[in-house]
Ligand binder design. Structure first.
Ligand code: SAM
Ligand code: 2KA
Ligand code: SF4
Ligand code: MG
Length: 210
């Protein structure tokens, strides 16, 4: 149990439930191959059945941590920061991103967009989910749209989502990991027929890195 005082700091984004932080190579999307420090914040109620970090969902399992402490550690490793989760937009990201900006960081977010955008971002990767659609505010500011392809219907969902993003937004289809052998051939075929889309793979899983 956390105290009322701590809960209030979490509610204001002064503290955040920190699941893990690690220095690695961004495996997915536009910045794949780039070294970056990942900050994984606990808490998500979207409930994707194929989610590869279900341990992140229950915020109560992850210790409320002062944002200053998170930032101090992060900048020792990298000036390129990826904030992920869980669903980071569950929380107010203003203080975290303000602090990272003061340290001169480039800040990227991995989000489903299920909650309103808070914080200041240099790169927004929007990965929309059917079961809890993005809030409208994120579509015009998303830099990349990364749709997870688990079954054939996801191609239609991908097009519906692409119709809502801005013109410069880069479009990716990423196979759902457990179903990749089945979906990769369909994605390859789709992207060749619809070349405004690109393929994104979870390359860190092939490299055996976090
Ligand atoms: C774990 S999520 C955390 C951030 C945020 N909740 C979201 O969904 O965008 C990070 C990225 O991994 C993707 N992802 C999660 N599970 C996956 C899986 N089994 N196969 C492929 N991508 C997956 C998500 O769609 C998202 O783009
Ligand atoms: N290397 C690496 N790249 C990633 N890109 C997005 C990730 C995520 O879980 O948000 C992720 C991750 O977990 N590891
Ligand atoms: S929104 Fe992201 S963290 Fe939440 S269940 Fe889906 S993939 Fe997992
Ligand atoms: Mg991941």
């Amino acid at each position: 149990m956390i105290t009322e005082e701590t809960q209030e700091l979490v509610d204001r984004g002064i503290m955040l439930p920190l699941m893990e932080e690690f220095y690695t190579i961004q495996g997915e999307g536009f910045h794949k191959g780039t070294a970056a420090y990942f900050i994984r914040i606990g808490g998500c109620d979207v409930g994707c059945h194929w989610c590869d970090v279900k341990e992140s969902w229950d915020a109560g399992l992850h210790p409320p941590t002062h944002v200053g402490e998170i930032v101090e550690k992060a900048v020792k490793y990298s000036k390129t920061i990826v904030v992920t989760g869980g669903e980071p937009l569950t929380w107010d990201m203003t203080t975290l991103t303000d602090n990272l900006k003061k340290q001169g960081c480039q800040i990227h977010i991995e989000t489903s967009g299920a909650y309103p955008v808070t914080g200041t971002w240099d790169w927004i990767c929007l990965s929309p989910k059917k079961i809890k659609l993005p809030e409208p505010d994120i579509y015009p500011i998303a830099n990349e749209l990364k749709v997870i392809i688990f079954n054939k219907h996801d191609f239609k969902f991908a097009e519906e989502q692409a119709a809502q993003v801005g013109e410069g937004c880069i479009l990716y289809m990423q196979p759902e990991w457990s179903n990749r052998d089945k979906m990769i051939p369909l994605i390859v075929d789709y992207v060749m027929k619809n070349p405004r889309w690109k393929v994104s793979l979870q390359t860190h899983k092939y490299l055996n890195i976090p």
